[in-house]
Design a protein around this ligand. Structure first.
Ligand code: UGA
Length: 434
C-alpha cells in the first residue's frame, strides 16, 4: 500500500519512517527545501535517537521518498497523513492551524476518488469537522492524534499505548484498522470515537500530564517550607496505582513545543466554547510551572549572596528535557537567560542542544563539556537531567570551580556525594535535605 505524509517535521518525519518500517511505500511532502533535502539524504534535521537509522534504511531501500509536490502526493496513494505543525499563535491565544488548512486546501484538488485523509496534528476541537466539510465528497477525513514523546518518538509510534480513531463512518474505521493491523496485532488498544472526542483526547492527555507536574511542583514548595522531602513523597504517593509515579518529578517544570502550548490552546478554545471557568485551573498549572523558573533565579541569587552581577554561573542543560535537542520553551534556557539579564556571566553546556540553543539565545556562552562550563563558576545549576551529568565526579569538579555551590533543579544528582565532596547544595522541594 502507498501512503503519503504531509509535513515532515518532528511528527511527520517520524511517522513517515515508521510507516516505511511497517512495510508501506511512503511519500513525504515537505515544502521547506533544506528539511526536505536533508531527509531525502537520509539525515534527520533534529536529534532523535533511533530515527536516523530508520530513515537512512528506508530512504536507502527506496521505500521512503520526499517531494514538495501536492500533485504528486495526491496521485501517489489513497491514505494521506496530515502531520504539519500547529504552533502557538503570536497573540498567545491558542494554536495556529493555518498550516493544516493550507495542507488540506493544497491536497484536495489532487485527491483520487475514495482517498482517506488522516489528521495527526494537534488541533483545537472543531477543526476536523470544519476540514471535513472543505474536503468535498470524493474523499473522507479521519482524526488520529499522535502521542509520541520526543526522545522516544520511534518507540512511541511503533508501540503506542493506544490508537485513537476519530471517524465519521465505519468504512473509515475499517481502513484505519487495516492500515494499523501490525500495530494493533501486538495488543495496542484502539479507541474509536467521533472527531471532537479524538481532538480532545490529545489535548486532555497533555493537560493532565502538565497538571500532574505542576501539582508535584506546588507540593515541592510546601515540602520546602515544612522541611519535608518531595522525592520521598512522590515515591510514596506514586505507589498508589491510581496515582502512579510517572510525571511526579518535581523540578524546574515542563517546557517543549507541546505541553505549554497545548494548555494555553485548550484554555483559549474552552473560552470560545463558553466553558472557560471550568478550565481555568489550567491557568494556574501554567503559572505554577513558570513560577519554578522564577524560584530558581531567586534561589540562585540568594546562593550568590544577592550579587548576581559579574558572578559566574554554570548551567548544565539547555534542551527542555534530556535525549532531545529541542530548546522550545526550555526552562533551563529561560533561567540561564534571566540570570544573564541580571548581569551574571552564564556558561551553558548541553550534550545535544548547544547548537539549537546558540541559534535561539546567541548572547549566552556555550561550553564544550560539563567540566568546561563549570570552570571558575560561583554556582552550578543542574537544569536538564542528562544521564551524563549524574556521572560527573563532584570531587574532581570541585577543583575547577571558584565556589563549590550546586543547585539541582531536577532532583537527580546524588547530593549526599556532592556534600561529602564539600559542596553546598540546594534542591527543589527537599527542605529536609538542604
Ligand atoms: C508530550 C507528551 O508527553 C506526549 O505524549 C505528546 O505526544 C507530546 O507532548 C506532543 O503533544 O506531541 P514531550 O513534549 O516530548 O511529550 O515531552 P514530555 O516527556 O511529556 O516532557 C514534557 C516536559 O515535562 C519536559 O520539559 C520534562 O522535563 C517535564 N517533566 C516531565 C517534568 O518536569 N517532570 C516530570 O515528572 C515529567
Amino acid at each position: 500500500m502507498r501512503v503519503t505524509v504531509i509535513g515532515c517535521g518532528y511528527l511527520g518525519a517520524t511517522h513517515a519512517a515508521c510507516m516505511a518500517e511497517l512495510g508501506y511505500d511512503v511519500l513525504g511532502v515537505e515544502i521547506d527545501t533544506a528539511k526536505r533535502e536533508s531527509l531525502a539524504a537520509g539525515k534527520v534535521p533534529f536529534y532523535e535517537p533511533e530515527l536516523e537509522d530508520l530513515l537512512a534504511e528506508h530512504v536507502g531501500s527506496g521505500r521512503l521518498r520526499f517531494t514538495d509536490s501536492y500533485e504528486e502526493a495526491g496521485g501517489f496513494g489513497s491514505i494521506h497523513f496530515v502531520c504539519v505543525g500547529t504552533p502557538q499563535r503570536r497573540d498567545g491565544l491558542g494554536a495556529d492551524v493555518q498550516h493544516v488548512d493550507a495542507a488540506i486546501d493544497s491536497l484536495a484538488p489532487y485527491l483520487t476518488e475514495g482517498a482517506l485523509v488522516v489528521g495527526k496534528s494537534t488541533v483545537p476541537v472543531g477543526t476536523a469537522a470544519r476540514l471535513a466539510a472543505r474536503l468535498g465528497d470524493g474523499a473522507e477525513l479521519a482524526w488520529n492524534p499522535e502521542f509520541l514523546r520526543e526522545g522516544f518518538a520511534v518507540r512511541d509510534t511503533l508501540q503506542p499505548d493506544r490508537l485513537v480513531f476519530g471517524v465519521a463512518s465505519e468504512h473509515a474505521e475499517a481502513r484505519l484498522r487495516e492500515f494499523y493491523a501490525a500495530v494493533i496485532g501486538t495488543g495496542t488498544p484502539v479507541v474509536v470515537t467521533d472527531f471532537a472526542t479524538a481532538e480532545l483526547v490529545k489535548v486532555s492527555a497533555n493537560a493532565f500530564l502538565a497538571t500532574k507536574i505542576s501539582f508535584i511542583n506546588a507540593i515541592a514548595e510546601v515540602c520546602e517550607a515544612a522541611g519535608a522531602d518531595v522525592v520521598h513523597l512522590a515515591d510514596a504517593i506514586g505507589h498508589d496505582d491510581r496515582i502512579g509515579r510517572k510525571f511526579l518529578n518535581a523540578g524546574v517544570g515542563f517546557g517543549g513545543g507541546c505541553l505549554p502550548k497545548d494548555i494555553r490552546g485548550f484554555l483559549s478554545r474552552a473560552g470560545e466554547l463558553g466553558v472557560e471557568d471550568t478550565m481555568s485551573f489550567l491557568r494556574q498549572v501554567d503559572d505554577i510551572n513558570l513560577r519554578q523558573r522564577t524560584r530558581v533565579v531567586q534561589i540562585a541569587t540568594a546562593m550568590l549572596g544577592g550579587n548576581v552581577a559579574r558572578a559566574r554561573v554554570a548551567v548544565w542543560g539547555a534542551a527542555f528535557k534530556p535525549h532531545s535537542d529541542d530548546v522550545r520553551d526550555s526552562p533551563a534556557l529561560s533561567i540561564a537567560g534571566q540570570l544573564h539579564l541580571h548581569g551574571a556571566q552564564v556558561s551553558v553546556f548541553d550534550p545535544k542542544a548547544n547548537e539549537t540553543a546558540l541559534a535561539k539565545f546567541p548572547t549566552l556562552d556555550y561550553a564544550e563539556s560539563a567540566l568546561a562550563a563549570a570552570r571558575d563558576a560561583d554556582l552550578l545549576l543542574h537544569l536538564t537531567e542528562w544521564p551524563e551529568f549524574r556521572e560527573v565526579d563532584p570531587v574532581a569538579l570541585g577543583d575547577v570551580v571558584r565556589r563549590k555551590q550546586v543547585l539541582d533543579g531536577r532532583n537527580r544528582l546524588d547530593l549526599d556525594a556532592w556534600r561529602a565532596a564539600g559542596w553546598a547544595t540546594r534542591a527543589l522541594g527537599r527542605g529536609s535535605r538542604r
